[in-house]
Design a protein around this ligand. Structure first.
Ligand code: FAD
Length: 384
């Protein structure tokens, strides 16, 4: 059978696979990217689209900062839906204030620009926020947001226009990957065969199609997150990414760099919310609707089905009640609710080199919209 041959094949059309393809194309390689669905429908389109390096630690912070540059450089050439409205983390009690002050001290040493805002400054910029909730805030003006579904589809269009040596195929499921003498052969569920010098598999949380047993013992977990969207709300204007008290008590940067993170007491009202991994984030989309989330439930990487397909009303009610403490909300404003899933790994990402030509990169967890662009750049430098 005649096969098409490429320098690199990427399996997976999500953000991590797409930025691997992008950086390989920048290096002049011929790239084929294969996505099993009719358009990306995994983690990459079900999220907030907050690009927030401020929440990340160690090299993931650096990848996130590089990601800000990459998104903005592409946005200059084509509208990907990238907006530079910044991020704000709102502290709701004295303990959370202490933690954001410690993060500020850390970012001063790193030279990462930010401001500490008083309650009055927060309310002047966000009059919709409940005054009783706000104590102080830390603000990062340089951070971005994207509309996830629009962004990934436009990024694919941009890459098709910008690079002659890029081929993208949706609706193409890879079911086998075999190494020959000097190349790898990929077979699809339609029994098409493609050949490449190298393959990078960015399969997100899909572990049943390729290298099934590898994922059984990989240490990967899958998280199920519940999200809600309001109808467009003309009366509320919320520019940027809004992160709140429970986020300050959850994100890696606070855990890693703020000594008080580990000692502050957990108020009684947070206890049930934390059982479901709830912290409240808001992002107003370009149509005026507000995305509210999220919760976290976990299963082993090979047990996605255990997480179920339903959206729990109880979890949604808990999130609406906490959201309502922050921004007065009516439950009838909620127009849709969905479950998103991502895979995560204790080492922050799963990197497995099946051979010198076949590489698995997945499990980027809740950081992918922020850190994939920067991480994939380093990853392609190492692999190619
Ligand atoms: C609810 C939610 C909120 C989030 N919010 C944020 C946020 O605000 N900011 C942030 O930085 N991150 C956020 N994240 C995390 C981010 O969405 C993920 O880290 C990121 O999208 C992972 O990208 P991925 O490409 O690895 O996976 P995916 O987007 O799942 O892509 C993997 C793709 O591979 C395809 N595939 C798998 N196997 C095959 C095969 N054999 N053949 C062909 N195709 C295959 C799948 O169909 C899928 O499209 C959030 C995630 C969720 C779920």
């Amino acid at each position: 059978m005649k096969t098409d041959r490429y320098d690199l094949i990427i399996v997976g059309g999500g953000i991590l696979g797409t930025f691997h393809a992008y950086h390989a194309l920048k290096k002049g390689l011929s790239v084929l990217q294969l996505e099993k669905d009719n358009f990306p429908s995994g983690s990459t389109v079900r999220n907030f689209g907050q690009v927030v390096p401020s929440g990340m630690a160690d090299e993931w912070f650096t990848y996130g900062v590089r990601g800000l540059e990459i998104y903005q450089s592409i946005q200059k050439e084509m509208d990907l839906s990238v907006r530079n409205n910044g991020s704000i983390y709102i502290a709701s009690d004295a303990d959370e204030v202490q933690v954001i002050h410690e993060l500020s001290a850390h970012y001063q040493t790193k030279g990462y620009a930010h401001e500490l805002w008083s309650k009055e400054q927060v309310l002047a910029k966000y009059p919709a926020i409940n005054a009783d909730y706000v104590k102080e805030a830390i603000v990062f003006h340089q951070e971005l947001s994207v509309e996830p579904e629009t962004m990934i589809q436009r990024l694919h269009v941009y890459m098709q226009r910008a690079f002659d040596n890029y081929t993208l195929k949706y609706d193409t499921t890879v079911i086998a990957c075999e190494e020959g003498n000097a190349s790898v052969h990929l077979t699809t569920s339609c029994l098409e065969v493609f050949e490449a010098t190298k393959v990078v598999i960015c399969n997100g949380y899909e572990f049943k199609l390729l290298y099934r047993s590898l994922f059984d013992d990989s240490g990967l977990e899958i998280s199920k997150l519940q999200m809600m969207r309001t109808q467009p709300l003309e009366q509320i204007y919320l520019p940027g990414n809004i992160l709140t008290g429970l986020t300050i008590r959850r994100y890696e940067s606070f855990e890693e760099y703020c000594p008080s993170f580990h000692t502050i007491p957990v108020p009684e009202r947070y206890k049930e919310l934390r059982e479901y991994g709830i912290h409240i984030l808001f992002k107003q989309a370009t149509d005026g609707s507000i995305i509210i989330g999220d919760s976290h439930e976990y299963a082993a990487g090979n047990r996605l089905d255990d997480l179920g397909f339903s959206v729990s009303s109880h979890i949604n009610e808990l999130m609406i009640a906490e959201a309502n403490r922050i921004i007065p909300m009516k439950s009838q404003w909620i127009s849709s609710s969905w479950a998103g899933f991502y895979s995560q790994h204790k080492d922050h990402i799963l990197e497995v080199d099946i051979s010198s030509r076949i590489h698995v990169r997945t499990g980027v967890g809740g950081k992918g919209m922020t850190a994939s662009a920067g991480y994939a750049e380093k990853s392609i430098e190492k692999l190619v």
